[in-house]
Write a protein that binds this ligand. Sequence first.
Ligand SMILES: Cc1ncc(COP(=O)(O)O)c(C=O)c1O
Length: 393
Amino acid sequence: MKEYSFDHFRMIEQDASVVAGRWPYTMCEAKQSLRFHRSLPGYRMTPLVSMQCAASYYQVRSILVKDESFRFGLKAFKGLGSSYCMFRILCEKLGLDEKEADYSTFCREDIRQACHHFEFVTATDGNHGKGVSWAAKIFGCRAHVYMPKGTVQARRRAVEEAGSATAVITDLNYDQTVRYAASMAKKQGWILLQDTSWSGYEQYPQWIIEGYLTMAEEITSQMKGVLPTHVFLQAGVGSMAGGMASCFMNICGDVNPLIVIVEPVAAACIYHSVLQGDGNLHSITGDPVTIMAGLNCGTPCSLVWPVLRDASARFCACEDVITEQGMRAYAKPIGSDPAVVSGESGAVTCGLLRAVLESDSLRERFQIDHDSVILLINTEGDTDPASYRRIVS
Ligand SMILES: Cc1ncc(COP(=O)(O)O)c(C=O)c1O
């Protein structure tokens, strides 16, 4: 393992290919999750945008962007996880077979009546809370959402407007807010639906991660047999990145893609954990400040930590300026490439990729050449419209 420092970001390089094995999240889970999502009102496959002009300009085979800013009208991918997890929890509680049931089952009057009794609780920086609020509404349940200090009112309002949750901004940081939500679940008898895991709390986050895999299933069908050589994944607790990395490692077989995990430098808990070199996950403490609100997390998700640690070849910790550059690059693309609306947590991989592509030595470090097929996920649109306008203009 080696660590490097570049303009506006730091990087750990490791050889991921030495680790063989079957990765825990597969296309089986992805297919099951997609089957459920397809049954939801408003489901549409999100676009896989080909940035062909950028690819020609930078002399790579293709740059593909899965654009989650369109997902369920929520402007982020997170509703995939919360809705699938809520579906699995309700199936379990109501004795329904999750392989047979889908959204139409929950439109039956007797099931809807039963759902009214369930109340969910979660902690969120915004997008996960919007997903929980929306999912609670479609299943006819109630939800309580706690947000860390510093959350802008626009994000709190967006959580309430997305569905049936009440949202409260606490005076705690993200990790403390998660613990608070867990304590409220215990006290009030609410169901904790959290998008990260820890010892003793694993089943529900596992279903959330499986819900995210709908993206992997859609991407593989949209790529029509072409496999990515590079997958850039932004991470908060790493649930999304770990699930997606696992799927792509399984799909690609012997020719593993180069997985790049990207975090804000102020809250780079996965980077920090890898750097310790003892194989364990580690938390960062304090009150990290970054505009990448969705990635501002202090402790990696325990379920996916082994995947992130072993499957990834590069870990990057980026300053905010990198994501600002990514937001502008998406908004004003090269040539006739389509513009993509990307928020602070969505654009950091694009900003990083630009920085890499513009430097010969970095291209080499990331093993990028004429044959590279590079996959990015724009995980959110303009979830904070005022900030988006300020940065992009
Ligand atoms: C827009 C966006 N992108 C990426 C992530 C990171 O997901 P995870 O916390 O699973 O790493 C989040 C998390 O909330 C998010 O909101």
